[in-house]
Ligand binder design. Structure first.
Ligand code: HEM
Length: 231
């Protein structure tokens, strides 16, 4: 039976589904490009500009291990987050959502967050750049953790809000690269560019995550993805 969105505000209208679908397609395409680009680090070749700028760090085994775990976790988060978002909004298969969610939680809280926090004090851009990455890491761990706590309490609205905030932070890896490229083309000096791109992508992620997270959580009332009991 097809329900009328006008009588059920929790159900998106056809127009909203169209907008969601278009936004989703853009996100998936951009995420695939970023995954393809960052996966090149797994050639384990230290000739990338990122390594050449940090020659003293590439010989540090702990830093290198954290870096590769970070990129692997980032790729997993980028790959699973749009699927989780779409599957959740479409109220798809609970089993699939939970399996992907567990992979995402391990990648976010076990890999990307802790390794990002480890890498932060070594980041380019001095104290300003390092503080930006530190805040990104702390807010990422907090939002991802609170999203998981919320669903274990079967609080779907809070889960949606926190996971959208967390996803916006994952996407800051994408906006950082776009901003960095634009500022580079505009002739902004390398270090200034790095710090400005770090902070601009962080602020954009926090603000967009807050706005979208609140909006999606407030319009999504049906407890479609909440299983009877979470083991
Ligand atoms: C959201 C939490 C994240 C935090 C806290 C974080 C933190 C960091 C830090 C501190 C660095 C080192 C910067 C430097 O040394 O100058 C870095 C680099 C990097 N991160 Fe993340 N990151 C996050 C998300 C992601 C995601 C989702 C990806 C996706 C693949 C990613 C991929 C990378 C890559 C590839 C680099 C190497 C630099 C480059 O190629 O631009 N990170 N990250």
């Amino acid at each position: 039976m097809t329900r009328n969105p006008a009588k059920h505000p929790a159900i998106p209208s056809r127009r909203h589904w169209g907008l969601l679908g278009a936004a989703f397609a853009v996100l998936v395409a951009a995420s695939v490009l970023l995954i393809a680009q960052t996966a090149q680090y797994f050639s384990f070749d230290f000739r990338f500009a990122f390594f050449l700028e940090r020659p003293f760090l590439t010989t540090d085994r702990v830093w290198a291990a954290c870096f590769y775990m970070h990129v692997a976790g980032g790729i997993l988060c980028l790959a699973t987050a749009p699927l989780l978002l779409w599957n959740g909004l479409a109220r798809g298969h609970q089993g699939l959502h939970r399996a992907l969610g567990r992979i995402h939680a391990v990648a976010a809280l076990g890999w990307v967050g802790p390794t990002g926090l480890y890498l932060a004090p070594f980041a380019k851009g001095g104290a300003a750049g390092q503080l930006g990455f530190l805040l990104l890491g702390l807010w990422f761990v907090a939002t991802s953790g609170l999203g998981i706590v919320a669903i274990r309490r079967r609080d779907l609205r809070a889960h949606v809000a926190w996971m959208v905030r967390s996803y916006a932070l994952i996407l800051s890896a994408l906006s950082f690269r776009i901003l960095h490229r634009v500022l580079h083309e505009l002739g902004v000096a390398a270090t200034t560019n790095y710090v400005a791109s770090t902070w601009a992508s962080l602020v954009l992620a926090i603000v967009s995550g807050e706005v979208l997270g609140r909006r999606l959580a407030s319009t999504w009332r049906e407890p479609a993805l909440v299983p009877a009991a979470i083991p």
